[in-house]
Design a protein around this ligand. Structure first.
Ligand code: HEM
Length: 460
């Protein structure tokens, strides 16, 4: 049975219940209903799940144009608030951060061995606080990150050597795949102290996990459907969990969450390289800046990065257009609260539309869809969670604790790639022809691989 047929069946079954509910509400009209944010009319049982479509960040952005920056939806039985502007997200995730700093219990997390113990899925409380403190101070602290610089350099040198061979033989490379392997190697060495284990395709496992965890699983929103698993997501999750178990039993038992996080940097790098390939002018300007700072050193040092202002603008612009998480992972209200005059119930799910906020013309002028790093000249907007018009790592207490490491990896790799090579799209493809389709999940990579042809640059 297709998803649409299944949904139709649910609608029919739910219609009776809805009718009864409607009668009840009509007879007990209560003035408080005015205080709920507006939203589209939902279907019985499934609520607004079908409105999400294949690219929920885009669908929700369109809906918010009609229903406003604070919009009310019902996903199955779960009351959900979607915030779509910088002002709205500041209200929820800064002003009332203490109320919305928890996470809902996701069905997907329950099936993963470390799902409920990983920081990203943890409810707000002592366990999460201790874990976060440990991560920030120990695992992701600046001393620890600095101590790994030599290892990052070694892995980068290996990548560059393999790309030089490709360039010499005029071979087109899968940039996205190369980035995946590089990040997997770096992450394995950082976390497990050893290189990638060739027996496992860790990257493919993490890719599958983020797609399943990010999907709006009907079985998770309509509890009585759990056993039916209409989208087959629970089955996929169980299979992936078995693969995760196998890897963890062989490598290490402690770092499932952290292993997933090298994946975010790889997605960010691939989007940046895609935009550079689509904008040769920007690529050339960056190469010139790198040349001025790095000079005739063959390898970029991490200390060079801080001097690369244009690179910083490019990273910001790419994060604006292609945030790694187009919808921030859901937050949950820990108590009933009134926000902006709206009554928000305890255990409501809060979804901040990161993608929509990055493309809001009120923040970014009419040319929002254009890749234009120069828009950041003279601007002090950063992506560290301080400016709500750009929140690719989330704001407030749940913002990304790994962004310091992530930024180093992203900046270092992009700089080295453009310093050593010129890059072109393959097979005579013009910049406009590059497919920029996204694959929606908890993180949002390119839907198709990025292919490009490197040519060795002759340094002066
Ligand atoms: C370019 C790189 C990265 C990006 C764009 C990114 C983005 C994000 C985002 C959007 C969130 C959710 C914030 C929210 O809910 O409001 C997050 C959370 C998180 N990130 Fe990252 N991340 C990156 C790199 C990393 C790295 C390298 C690590 C660790 C090695 C890491 C570890 C985490 C953890 C543990 C959380 C959960 C925090 C919590 O719930 O308290 N991230 N990240």
């Amino acid at each position: 049975m297709s998803l649409i047929q299944f949904a139709t069946l649910l609608v029919v079954i739910g219609a009776l219940g809805w009718f009864i509910h409607l009668c009840r509400t009509m007879f007990s009209m209560n003035p408080q209903h005015k205080d709920i944010p507006s939203g589209p009319r939902g279907l019985p049982t499934i609520g607004h799940l079908l409105l999400l479509g294949k690219q929920p960040h885009r669908s929700l952005n369109e809906l918010s144009k009609k229903y406003g920056p604070i919009m009310s939806l019902r996903l199955g039985s779960v009351p959900t608030i979607v915030v779509s502007t910088s002002a709205a997200s500041e209200l929820f995730l800064k002003t009332h951060d203490t109320v919305f700093a928890s996470r809902p219990k996701l069905q997907a997390a329950e099936y993963l061995r470390y799902g409920t113990k990983g920081m990203i899925f943890s409810e707000y409380g002592t366990y999460w606080r201790n874990l976060r403190k440990f991560c920030t101070l120990e695992l992701l602290g600046s001393t620890k990150i600095a101590s790994m610089a030599k290892m990052r350099r070694e892995e980068l040198v290996l990548l560059i050597e393999s790309l030089k061979i490709a360039a010499k033989n005029c071979v087109v490379v899968y940039v996205s795949q190369k980035m995946a392997l590089l990040m997997e190697d770096m992450t394995c060495r950082m976390l497990f102290g050893k290189s990638r284990d060739e027996r496992f395709d860790l990257n493919a496992i993490i890719h599958e996990l983020t797609i399943i965890v990010g999907a709006f699983n009907i079985a998770g929103f309509i509890p009585f459907l759990g056993a039916l698993d209409p989208q087959g997501l629970t089955r996929r999750l169980k299979e992936t969990n078995r693969a995760v178990d196998e890897v963890l039993e062989t490598i290490s038992d402690e770092h499932e969450q952290d292993a997933r996080d090298g994946y975010t940097s790889q997605i960010a790098i691939t989007w940046i390289m895609s935009e550079l390939l689509r904008h040769p002018r920007v690529m050339k300007k960056l190469q010139k800046e790198v040349q001025n700072v790095v000079g005739d050193c063959e390898f970029v040092e991490e200390s060079h990065i801080l001097k690369l202002d244009y690179l910083d603008m490019i990273v910001k612009e790419s994060m604006r257009l292609h945030p790694v998480a187009t919808l921030l992972p859901p937050h949950e209200s820990m108590k009933d609260i009134v926000v902006n005059g709206y009554h928000i119930k305890k255990k409501s799910r809060i979804i901040a539309n990161n993608w929509g906020i990055g493309r809001d013309p009120r923040n970014w002028s009419e040319n929002v869809d254009k890749f234009l790093p120069e828009r950041f000249i003279g601007s002090n907007v950063d992506y560290m969670g301080n400016n709500f018009q750009l929140i690719p790592i989330g704001p407030g207490q749940r913002s990304c604790p790994g962004i310091h490491l992530g930024t180093i990896m992203v900046n270092l790799v992009v700089t080295q790639l453009v310093h050593t090579f010129d890059w072109e799209l393959p097979f005579g493809m013009s910049p406009d022809e590059l497919d920029m389709e996204e694959l929606f999940g908890a993180t949002v990579p390119r839907a198709t691989h990025l292919l490009a042809a490197p040519t060795l640059r002759s340094l002066p």
